[in-house]
Design a protein around this ligand. Structure first.
Ligand SMILES: [Zn+2]
Ligand SMILES: [Zn+2]
Length: 294
């Protein structure tokens, strides 16, 4: 007779095997696709800009391009290349991460600095521009005298208590005067006190933290519709990443090194690399997807 314990064990094992089978049969779901769909449905009826309609087409619309030489027609999926599009944003950040990685290898003293600012209720273009100006003032202040170079990227979050802007800096400096940095940054943003952190670069993946998306797809999708709209309208056309000093000087050389290792963008089988697109927008989007300078 089989013992009850053994029966239970067999049932458990069978259940695991069944789940495993079911898991394998399930189509692979891509989280980013879900985030895109959530953002689309929330913005639908709220936002009616070209950018929004390009975002709607992204990943869904089939495009055609004709080879200029042999006239062969090729199909490809349209990509919007908008930096808040969860489907596209990694393209933009990927090159940045590689540049930072190579730069960090060339310097001896990488330091990761985080500057924060008090939350505020409404996100506007003006507010973001003020933040960018504050970063530039901070960089030009005497605090940065001994900083040889680096980069800064701004991240925007909202966890329900207003908008929060913080910047990640990666700098090449022997030391950072954290107390004075806190006072100086506080003064620049008009606060008595500002939270500033210096993180150890040795045991953290600082490249991931410094070269970040302006907003994570999962976070953008989780916001209420009005908030997504406010964000998308406020950030349009603004820059959130800057490099300076030795990094800015080395960036072209580093990009050239990366490009030398990259496969060339897809060309027609006849060998021609020039195509006729349906519209100028489509040509630009394709170029942006394969832009080597990014
Ligand atoms: Zn061809
Ligand atoms: Zn996209």
């Amino acid at each position: 007779m089989t013992s009850p314990g053994l029966v239970k064990q067999i049932i458990r094992e069978r259940a695991i095997q069944r789940r495993e089978r079911e898991r394998k049969q399930l189509p692979l779901t891509d989280d980013n696709e879900d985030f895109c769909e959530t953002i689309r449905s929330k913005l639908d009826g709220l936002l009616d800009s070209n950018q929004f309609w390009n975002f709607v087409r992204c990943g869904n619309e089939q495009q055609f391009r004709t080879c200029k030489q042999c006239r062969k027609v090729e199909t490809y999926t349209y990509r919007c290349c908008i930096r808040w599009c969860p489907r596209c944003q990694w393209h933009i950040v990927k090159m940045r991460q590689r540049v930072i990685q190579l730069w960090a290898q060339k310097i001896a003293q990488p330091k990761h600095l985080v500057l924060t600012q008090k939350n505020f209720p409404v996100l506007t273009r003006r507010r973001i521009r003020e933040h960018t100006h504050a970063l530039a003032r901070f960089r030009r202040s005497s605090i940065f005298r001994n900083v040889r170079g680096g980069c800064v990227s701004t991240e925007i979050t909202n966890e329900g208590n207003g908008w929060h802007l913080h910047s990640h800096w990666l700098v090449d400096a022997d030391w950072l005067d954290i107390k004075n940095i806190s006072i100086r940054w506080g003064k620049i943003v008009g606060q008595n006190f500002a939270i500033v952190k210096v993180r150890d670069c040795r045991d953290r993946d600082y490249v991931q933290e410094v070269a970040k998306y302006v907003v994570e797809g999962s976070e953008l999708a989780s916001w209420p519709a009005e908030q997504i709209n406010e964000f998308v309208c406020a950030i349009r056309g603004l820059r959130f990443f800057f490099s300076f000093g030795t990094l800015a000087a080395l960036a072209p050389q580093i990009r050239a090194e990366i490009n030398a290792q990259k496969p060339p963008p897809p060309i027609c089988e006849c060998g021609c690399s020039e195509f006729i697109y349906e519209s100028e927008d489509d040509a630009l989007a394709w170029e942006a997807m394969h832009d080597k300078r990014r």
